[in-house]
Design a protein around this ligand. Structure first.
Ligand code: SF4
Length: 180
């Protein structure tokens, strides 16, 4: 049998023939290991993502081989590349079309802060238009760094309370982006 690494089981009680744990632990475990990413790739960082999907790095190890190009069937928006100000409303629309719970990974300097393009036409970070959960530094980030960002997203997903999306703090965060 191949040496398979299984996802760690959550905390709980076990005895002969039974295992009991909390529902939110099980949901977190399932969500974290079956993320469907939507790649929003506009330039060079997207090429690094293609390498990340390839056999050397193999994103499928994390339960992510199913990329979604439909926002309604995606729960992780990965923004990779320079985003022009004109693209800002498009990016926001894609985010708004995703169902909750949804997460956002800003890959590379351009998506995180505008990168080297400190100009009138480039959005100085996608967090000007949508909330971001994890930022990956680098220009471009290597596939290892993208994978590190994904592992951090998995940690957030695994540990997120089921009530978070209904809290006033989260509603306030969305309202600050004029998203309702
Ligand atoms: S961060 Fe660098 S590599 Fe990535 S899109 Fe911007 S210029 Fe290209």
């Amino acid at each position: 049998m191949p040496d398979l690494k299984l996802a760690e089981k959550p905390e709980g009680y076990e005895g002969q023939g039974f295992f009991a744990t909390r529902l939110d632990h099980v949901i977190g475990l399932a969500r974290a290991n079956s993320i469907w990413p939507l790649p929003f790739a506009t330039s060079c960082c997207g090429i690094e993502f293609m390498a990340t999907m390839g056999t050397n790095y193999d994103l499928a190890r994390f339960g992510m081989e199913r990329l979604s190009f439909s926002p309604r069937q995606a729960d992780l928006l990965m923004v990779m590349g320079t985003v022009a100000k004109k693209m800002g409303p498009v990016l926001k629309q894609v985010y708004e079309q995703m169902a909750e719970p949804r997460w956002v990974l800003a890959v590379g300097a351009c998506a995180s802060s505008g990168g080297i393009f400190d100009t009138y036409s480039v959005l100085q970070g996608i967090d000007k238009v949508i909330p971001v959960d994890v930022y990956v530094p680098g220009c471009p980030p290597r596939p290892e760094q993208i994978i590190d960002g994904i592992l951090q997203i998995q940690e957030l997903v695994k540990n997120e309370s089921l009530r978070r999306r209904h809290t006033p703090e989260y509603q306030e965060l969305l309202a600050s982006y004029n998203i309702h």
